[in-house]
Design a protein around this ligand. Structure first.
Ligand SMILES: [Fe+2]
Length: 437
């Protein structure tokens, strides 16, 4: 059933086609608006060039079915948000319901008319939030014992598909949580209405837990101000976009790797260094939106460079990230000793990777190590929450982590909360390789 809080989807394929069908008129309109927006000819040219890439980027991101897709390109993502908002002003004419979610319907003429209302001014008017480094003291945990339990989910800000199912599972988990942590990304571009409906209204807050959300590239495509304002208020009460908690045995650090895309500001690195310097014998676990390495996506060289010292000293025990829309458990890193996990399969419907035979049920598939990355195992299977095309999209879910004194155990859950894999992380452990039974 569609969720009442989801904004309507803007079909990437249809949007790209409409831009192409009306290319001349739209390009002229964008150029006119750019000239009105700024006197700087370089910026005008950048705006026109960015828009010129929108249709191609949208095309690359889609397979043509009516399922949420979005490129990693700021202007295209902001255009999708803009169109969703415009259509929502006249829902009777411009929004239709399909089983998965509401979808925007529009003509080529509608698109041009909507753009004429001032798309470039909206894009240029977006404000990047001011960086402020978090204080050096930890966020106080509500539970001061040597047992902690955390829910982790990434790329979840859709309020559709598996996202509300995951939220219900975490909200209703009878075993309690000390932290509920989203690894970032509210689609399409972290606009105030998207942040309100798909993050603030939809989040699985728990009274027993710290409720936390990290910054993602899609949150930043709008400048991140709506995200930043949201996490500081309401039930989050998060001081900054990066934070840490600690107990006697562990330091758990949430990094902002999106304010500077797939990187960290120097002030944040200095903050992190101070936290590690006072951590003593505690083990360190990182959480971030972006990946330090990957077998299936880009590497994170800037991030790795900033944290190289700590990685080489084997100071990081485990690292959980999103951004890539998939679930991957990596083998222990041969040089850094850390356990890397991608948990970006929370809310965004993602294309299945083509890896060997097509499977009809959830299956861990083994991935071989490369020069960039240790080997690992990826979760493959269909997605029952994408009703338009369940076979084309990968399974959604989340993880929970249990810390008991110096021990750590992780659980991989389906969206409905059932556990499909569990693993104790010790220096001798390897990635998940056995089939799900
Ligand atoms: Fe992302």
């Amino acid at each position: 059933m569609p969720q009442p809080s989801a904004l309507p989807l803007v079909d990437s394929h249809k949007l790209a086609q409409s831009v192409i069908n009306n290319q001349k008129a739209i390009a002229q309109e964008i150029s006119n608006q750019a000239q009105k927006q700024t006197d700087d000819p370089l910026r005008q040219a950048q705006l026109v060039k960015s828009f010129g890439e929108v249709a191609g980027e949208l095309h690359k991101a889609t397979r043509g079915d009516r399922v949420m897709t979005t490129p990693r390109q700021a202007m295209a993502s902001v255009l999708q948000s803009f169109i969703a908002r415009k259509a929502s002003e006249t829902p009777d004419d411009n929004v239709e319901m399909i089983e998965d979610a509401p979808v925007v319907k529009f003509s080529d003429g509608d698109l041009l008319e909507w753009i004429k209302t001032g798309f470039v001014a909206v894009f240029e008017g977006q404000e990047k939030f001011a960086w402020k480094t978090a204080p050096d003291d930890p966020d106080p945990l509500k539970n001061t014992s040597r047992q902690l339990r955390i829910a982790v989910f990434g790329d979840w800000g859709t309020a559709a598909y598996g996202a509300p199912v995951i939220a219900d599972s975490i909200r209703n988990d009878p075993n309690g949580f000390d932290m509920v942590l989203h690894l970032g990304d509210t689609y399409y571009s972290g606009q105030p209405d998207e942040i309100q409906r798909q993050l603030v209204d939809a989040f699985p807050y728990r009274k027993d837990a710290l409720n936390r959300s990290l910054n993602g590239n899609h949150d930043m495509y709008s400048g991140g101000k709506a995200y930043h304002d949201a996490i500081q208020g309401g039930q989050f009460q998060q001081r900054e976009s990066h934070f840490y908690v600690q107990n006697q045995d562990w330091v758990l650090v949430g990094l902002d790797t999106a304010y500077v895309d797939h990187d960290m500001p120097d002030e944040e690195v200095a903050w992190f260094s101070r936290i590690i310097a006072q951590a003593g014998e505690r083990k360190v676990v990182l959480f971030s939106h972006h990946q330090p390495f990957s077998l299936l996506d880009q590497q994170g060289p800037n991030l790795v460079k900033k944290l190289e010292k700590f990685l080489n000293e084997r100071r990081i025990f485990a690292w959980y990230w999103g951004h890539e829309h998939r679930c991957v458990l990596y083998d222990q890193h041969p040089k850094w000793g850390l356990f890397g996990r991608c948990v970006g399969h929370g809310g965004f419907p993602y294309f299945r990777d083509i890896l060997g035979p097509v499977v009809k049920t959830e299956t861990w598939k083994v991935l071989r190590a490369t020069d960039d990355s240790p080997g690992g195992a990826i979760l493959d299977g269909p997605n029952q929450y994408v009703k338009e095309a369940p076979e084309g999209y990968g399974p959604q879910g989340y993880m929970s982590l249990a810390f008991f004194e110096g021990q750590m155990r992780e659980f991989v859950h389906r969206a409905d909360g059932t556990t499909i894999e569990t693993k104790s992380l010790t220096s001798a452990a390897a990635g998940a390789k056995r089939p799900i039974t």
